[in-house]
Write a protein that binds this ligand. Structure first.
Ligand SMILES: CCCCCCCC/C=C\C=C\CC(=O)SCCNC(=O)CCNC(=O)[C@H](O)C(C)(C)COP(=O)(O)OP(=O)(O)OC[C@H]1O[C@@H](n2cnc3c(N)ncnc32)[C@H](O)[C@@H]1OP(=O)(O)O
Length: 721
C-alpha cells in the first residue's frame, strides 16, 4: 500500500508548534497532487511534536488588518479527496485543527488526546464549517454542547460520541496508517460529513429554543454562545452549503463585534500574568519554586474550608488546624461535606479524591504538627493582632524553609512578616470565596519577600488550577482597592436618589454576575463594618462631633453602618440592602422598608432626591474603579493593566467579553473616561475617587497609546515593583 503522509505543517502555510495560520495555493496543491498521483492510495494527516493542532494563531486574529483565514476550502478539499484521508490526532485538536480533522474521512486519536471547538471562548464560532459538520457526525445535543461551551473533551469521550473512529494507547500515526490501509477501496461517500443528514430529534425545535434560552441566561450579554446556537440551528434547517453561508455570516458578525477582541485580549492577558516579575527583576528564569509536599491551613472558617478543599483536590497532603475542638469539629464536618460534593462531581473521571486517609488530610488543634510542612496558609479572620500572634508562633514551630502565607484581603503583609524571624518567606495569598471554586489567587509580596517565595506561591496557584497574579503590598492590594471607590459610588448614588435594585440592574446588564448590593448582601455587611470600626471610621472610637457624612474632610456615607446597627447583615440575617425569604435565604426582593429608610435618611440630611439615569450609574461606578486602577499602575503595585484585568475577570465577576476594566477603558476611549471623571469630580469635589488620576491624564496627553504601551509612559518604576 502507498500512502502520503502530509504533516500538518505542509497543509496550511504554517503550522509551527501545532498552530494553524493561513492557507496558500501551494499547500492546496500538495493535497491535489496526492489525489492526482496514482502511486498514492491514501493520505494521513498528523501534527508535529505530539500535537495535532491548537487551531488558528489567535494573536491578531480579530485585527482588522488581518486578511481572511481561508481554512474552509482546505477542509472541503480534504473531504472531497478521492482517496481516504485519515487524521492522526495526538495532543490536542482544537478549533480549526478539529475542523480539519472533521474534513477527514476517518479520525484516529491517542488515548491522551483532547479535542474541542473553543472558538466560543475567544468570542467566535467555528468558522471553517465546524458548526455544520459536527452536528452531522455526533448529533445536535452533543455538538451544541461542545460548540457553545468550547470544552475540551478527552479521547475516550470523543470515541463514545463517535467523534473519532478509534483510540490507541501507542503510536497514533502507525495506527492511522493501519486504518488507512484497511479502508483503501471502500466507498468514501458515507464518510463525507457534508453529505450526511443531521440526525433528527423528535423535539428539535423545542430543544433548540431551550438551548438558546439557556446560553442567553448564562452568557449575560456575551454574543458568541448565542450565535453558535444559531449556526447549529442552520445546520438543522438548511442544506449544507446554505448552512455554511449562514455560519460565515454569523462568524463575520462576531469578528466585528468587539467582544472577540476583548476575549482574545483576556486569553493572552491570563498568560502574560503567569510571567511574573518582582522588584529587582526576579522572575521564573531566576527564581525556582520550592516543592510543596505537605501544607497546613490555619482556621477552618469559610475561607479555610475552601482552601483545604482546594489543596486536597490538588493532591497536596494537608494538616488543617483550628483553635479548639469545637471549632475543629465544625470545620471538619464542613470540609468533609465540601469534599464529598467535589468527589461526586469527579465521579467517572480519571482522578479520585483521597480525603479519608489521615496521611492526606489531618485535622488537629496541635500547632506542633506543623513542624514538617513546606507551606502554611493562615486563614483566620482579618485581625492584625491575631495574625501577628500566629505568625510569631509559626516562625518558632515551622521548619526553616517553610513558606508562611497569609490569606488576607487587605492587611499589611510587612506588618505580619515583622512578627516572624523569616520575613523573606512571608507572602500574602488572597483567595476568593468560595476558595475551592474561584480561580483568582492574588499573590502579594512584602518588602522582604524573596523571589523563591513568589515563585513557590505562583507554582502553588498553578497546582490549585488557579490564576496567580503577583501584586505589591498596599491596603486592599489590587482587587479590593479598586472595589472600594466602586462600592462607595454605589452607596453615594443611593444617598442621591437611586435604589439598590436600580444600581444592581445597571451593573448586571453591563455583564457583572452580581451587582454591588446583591454582592454586599452575599458577602455580609458586617465584614466591612468590622473593618470600618477598626479604622475608626465608625463605632465607639469615632471622635465625638465628627459630621455624619464626612471623614477626614472627604464625603462618607454612614448608610452601610446604619444598616448594620439595625442587624441587617445581608443574606445571613435575611435582611440587608434587600429582603430575603428567611435568614440564610438567597432570593433578593426589593424591600419597601429600605426605600422608606432611604427617604427618611435623605430628609434627615437635607439631600434633595433626584432621578439618576443608567449612564450616570454605570460611569460613576466603573470610571471610579478604573481611575483607581490607573493609580495602582502609577504606584507600581501591579506590573501592567493586564494584571488588573485578569484579577477583575477571575475574582470580581467582571464580564470577560468586556476584557477587564482597563481594557474596557481603552475601548471606551481614555479621553472620554477622563472627561467624565472631570465632570463628576466637579459635581462632587469632596470625593477623591472621582478626581482623575495623573497617569490617566498623562496617557490622554500623549494621545491615548494602545494599552500594551501604557507602562512605558511611566517616568519611573516605583520601588514597589
Ligand atoms: C468573514 C468570514 C470568514 C470566514 C472564514 C473563517 C475561517 C476560519 C478559519 C480558521 C478558524 C480557526 C478558528 C480557531 O482555530 S480559533 C483558535 C482555537 N484554539 C484555541 O482557542 C486554543 C487556545 N489555546 C489553548 O487552549 C491552550 O493554549 C492549549 C493549546 C490547550 C495549550 O495549553 P497549555 O499547555 O496550558 O499552554 P498555554 O495555554 O500556556 O499556551 C502555550 C503558549 O502558546 C500560546 N498559544 C496557545 N494557543 C494559541 C493560539 N491558538 N494562538 C496563539 N497562541 C497560542 C499561548 O499564548 C502560550 O504562549 P506564551 O508562552 O507566549 O504565553
Amino acid at each position: 500500500m502507498f500512502h502520503a503522509q502530509i504533516p500538518f505543517d505542509r497543509i496550511p502555510h504554517q503550522f509551527k508548534s501545532g498552530l494553524l495560520c493561513r492557507s496558500s495555493q501551494s499547500e492546496k496543491d500538495g493535497l491535489k497532487k496526492a489525489d492526482a498521483d496514482p502511486s498514492v492510495k491514501a493520505v494521513m494527516i498528523c501534527g508535529e511534536n505530539g500535537k495535532f493542532s491548537a487551531g488558528a494563531d489567535i494573536r491578531g486574529f480579530s485585527s482588522p488588518k488581518r486578511h481572511g483565514v481561508a481554512l474552509s476550502p482546505i477542509v472541503s478539499l480534504i473531504e472531497s479527496s478521492e482517496k481516504p484521508v485519515v487524521a492522526a490526532i495526538e495532543g490536542v485538536a482544537l478549533g480549526g485543527g478539529l475542523e480539519v480533522a472533521l474534513g477527514c474521512h476517518y479520525r484516529v486519536a491517542h488515548a491522551k488526546a483532547r479535542m474541542g471547538l473553543p472558538e466560543v471562548t475567544i468570542g467566535l464560532l467555528p468558522g471553517a464549517e465546524g458548526t455544520q459538520r459536527l452536528p452531522r457526525l455526533i448529533g445536535v445535543p452533543a455538538a451544541l454542547d461542545m460548540i457553545t461551551t468550547g470544552k475540551h473533551i478527552p479521547a475516550t469521550e470523543a470515541l463514545k460520541l463517535g467523534l473519532v473512529d478509534e483510540i490507541v494507547e501507542e503510536n497514533t500515526i502507525e495506527a492511522a496508517i493501519r486504518l488507512a490501509n484497511k479502508v483503501i477501496g471502500q466507498p468514501l461517500e458515507p464518510r463525507r460529513l457534508s453529505l450526511k443528514p443531521v440526525p433528527k430529534l423528535p423535539n428539535m425545535e423545542a430543544f433548540l429554543r431551550e438551548a438558546l434560552v439557556k446560553v442567553k441566561r448564562q452568557a449575560r450579554g456575551c454574543l458568541a454562545p448565542e450565535l453558535c446556537v444559531q449556526a447549529v440551528r442552520a445546520a438543522t434547517e438548511r442544506p449544507f452549503a446554505e448552512g455554511v453561508r449562514r455560519e460565515r455570516e454569523l462568524f463575520g458578525l462576531l469578528l466585528s463585534s468587539g467582544q472577540a477582541q476583548a476575549l482574545q485580549y483576556a486569553f493572552f492577558a491570563e498568560r502574560a500574568v503567569r510571567r511574573w516579575a518582582a522588584p529587582g527583576g526576579a522572575s521564573w528564569s531566576s527564581a525556582a519554586p520550592q516543592p510543596v509536599r505537605k501544607a497546613a491551613v490555619i482556621g477552618l472558617g469559610t475561607m479555610g474550608r475552601g482552601i483545604v478543599t482546594s489543596l486536597v483536590k490538588a493532591n497536596i497532603p494537608v494538616v488543617a488546624l483550628e483553635q479548639d475542638l469545637e471549632y475543629l469539629n465544625k470545620g471538619r464536618k464542613a470540609v468533609m461535606l465540601l469534599l464529598e460534593r467535589e468527589a461526586m462531581k469527579m465521579e467517572g473521571g480519571a482522578q479520585t479524591l483521597d480525603f479519608h486517609n489521615p496521611a492526606r488530610l489531618q485535622f488537629t488543634v496541635d500547632f506542633d504538627l506543623l513542624c514538617d510542612v513546606d507551606l502554611v496558609i493562615e486563614a483566620v479572620f482579618e485581625n492584625m493582632a491575631l495574625k501577628k500572634e500566629i505568625f510569631h508562633k509559626l516562625s518558632k514551630i515551622c521548619k526553616p524553609g517553610a513558606l508562611l502565607c497569609t490569606n488576607t484581603s487587605a492587611l499589611n503583609i510587612d506588618e505580619i512578616a515583622s512578627a516572624t524571624n523569616r520575613p523573606q518567606q512571608v507572602i500574602g495569598t488572597h483567595f476568593f470565596s468560595p476558595a475551592h471554586v474561584m480561580r483568582l489567587l492574588e499573590i502579594i509580596y512584602g518588602r522582604h519577600t524573596s523571589p523563591t517565595a513568589i515563585a513557590t506561591a505562583m507554582q502553588l496557584a498553578k497546582a490549585l488550577k488557579k490564576v496567580g497574579v503577583v501584586v505589591g503590598n498596599c491596603f486592599g492590594f489590587v482587587g479590593n482597592r479598586m472595589m472600594f471607590p466602586y462600592v462607595q459610588q454605589a452607596v453615594f448614588l443611593l444617598e442621591e436618589g437611586s435604589r439598590p435594585e436600580a444600581v444592581d440592574q445597571v451593573l448586571e446588564d453591563f455583564g457583572f454576575k452580581i451587582g454591588p448590593f446583591r454582592m454586599s448582601d452575599l458577602a455580609g455587611l458586617d465584614v466591612g463594618w468590622r473593618s470600618r470600626k477598626e479604622q475608626g471610621l465608625t463605632g465607639p472610637s469615632l471622635a465625638a462631633g465628627t459630621p455624619a457624612r464626612q471623614r477626614h474632610g472627604q464625603r462618607y456615607s454612614p448608610l452601610p453602618d446604619l444598616l448594620c446597627e439595625q442587624g441587617r447583615f445581608g443574606q445571613k440575617t435575611g435582611k440587608g440592602w434587600y429582603q430575603y425569604e428567611r435568614a440564610g435565604g438567597r432570593t433578593a426582593t426589593p424591600d419597601p422598608w429600605l426605600h422608606d429608610f432611604l427617604s427618611q435618611y435623605r430628609d434627615t440630611h437635607g439631600i434633595q432626591s433626584r432621578f439618576i439615569d443608567q449612564e450616570e450609574i454605570l460611569e460613576r461606578c466603573l470610571f471610579s474603579l478604573i481611575n483607581e486602577g490607573f493609580a495602582i499602575l502609577a504606584e507600581g503595585i501591579a506590573s501592567g493593566p493586564e494584571h488588573l484585568d485578569v484579577i477583575y475577570i477571575n475574582g470580581y465577576g467582571w464580564p470577560k467579553h468586556r476584557g477587564g476594566p482597563m481594557f474596557y477603558a481603552s475601548t471606551v476611549g481614555l479621553p472620554r473616561v477622563l472627561a467624565k471623571l472631570q465632570k463628576y469630580s466637579e459635581a462632587h469635589p469632596d470625593v477623591p475617587g472621582l478626581r482623575p488620576n495623573a497617569f490617566l491624564k498623562k496617557l490622554v496627553a500623549v494621545r491615548s497609546p494602545p494599552l500594551k504601551e501604557w507602562m512605558s509612559y511611566l517616568s519611573h518604576q516605583s520601588p514597589k515593583l
